[in-house]
Design a protein around this ligand. Structure first.
Ligand code: NCD
Length: 303
């Protein structure tokens, strides 16, 4: 039995298989509409979510399966003091596969170690968000044709943003990727990530100004300042509007640069960018459903 805790749980070749499956799902919906007939997905969300939870639910429904779960820790027995280990043992009796989001780093790993069904980490604190990374990689691969030889700028909250941490981890395994980290000094990417890049001899730079590097980018990955992970509101207020991508900034970017964002967006991308053909963040949401369908089929060994 396999779980998904980090994007590195799959080899690059296995990811390639997963993305091919996701593209086939995109092209041939009908073929997959009954694949999970009689199977149940449990979504155990201890932290707010719109996209990830509904994307998982929609993926399972598209596969002909059904969905149970909770979307708020207060409406689960966690509010009575139940441990994640006990909850997953119980959920294992009800469902065939579980997607879990938790504010504590490592909670889905604890669950996986006690589970008799596959567990998918749907985001653990500021740590990892592997299915968002699968979504990002599928989007890059589908819109660019491959995952290699490009410069990606990651902009915003690189300290607390788990999608950023997972994506960098995953992209380190592909050839010719150059990273530009764009953040205020307080929200820099953690040292463990830059050390890993250095160890592997991967090119990166850290800058504060987005304008300064805009014209170098093939992808710009914008992120929200993660208010819920700040220790005080004052810092959040000071940093929240540090970057705002707008038409003027887009004017200095390459004609084929693509803008990604895991969403939800707050102010960091002005709505006037939405109509720009280079804005790919809503397409990205659609790829998220295909890749979660492919993941569910793979973990349930139904391919
Ligand atoms: C992200 C998350 O939850 O980490 N959202 C998502 O799942 N697409 C990004 C965020 O909340 O900023």
């Amino acid at each position: 039995m396999r779980h998904l805790m980090s994007p590195l749980d799959f080899t690059v070749d296995e990811l390639e298989e997963l993305f091919k499956l996701a593209n086939d799902i995109e092209a041939n919906h009908e073929k997959y509409s009954e694949k999970c007939h009689g199977k149940k997905l449990a979504t155990c969300f201890y932290e707010p979510s719109t996209r990830t939870r509904l994307s998982f639910e929609s993926a399972m429904i598209n596969l002909g399966g059904s969905v149970i779960g909770f979307s708020d820790a207060n409406s689960s027995s966690a509010a009575k003091g139940e441990s994640v280990s006990d909850t997953i043992r119980v959920i294992s009796c009800f469902a065939d596969i579980c997607a879990m989001r938790h504010p504590k780093e490592g909670a889905p790993m604890v669950a996986a170690s006690k589970s008799s069904i596959p567990v998918i980490n749907a985001g653990d604190g500021g740590h990892q968000h592997p299915t968002q990374t699968l979504t990002d990689l599928l989007t890059i691969r589908s819109l660019r044709g491959n995952i290699k030889d490009f410069t990606i700028g990651l902009c915003g909250d690189l300290k607390f943003g788990r999608t950023v941490h997972s994506l960098i981890n995953a992209l380190m395994r592909y050839p010719g990727i150059k990273f530009i980290f764009i953040s205020p000094p307080e929200l820099k990417v953690p040292d463990y990530i830059t050390s890993a890049l250095e160890e592997k001899g991967i090119e990166y730079k850290e800058v504060i100004s987005l304008d300064e590097v805009m014209s170098e980018l093939d992808f710009l990955y914008m992120t929200r300042v993660q208010r819920e992970r700040f220790f005080n509101e004052e810092d959040y207020v000071r940093l929240k509007d540090f970057y705002i991508l707008n038409k003027d900034k887009m004017a200095i970017a390459k004609d084929d640069m693509l803008v990604l964002h895991p969403l939800p967006r707050v102010n960091e991308i002005s709505v006037d960018v939405d109509d720009d053909p280079r804005a790919a963040y809503f397409k990205q949401v659609q790829y998220g459903v295909y890749v979660r369908m492919a993941l569910i089929l793979t973990l349930l060994e139904l391919v």
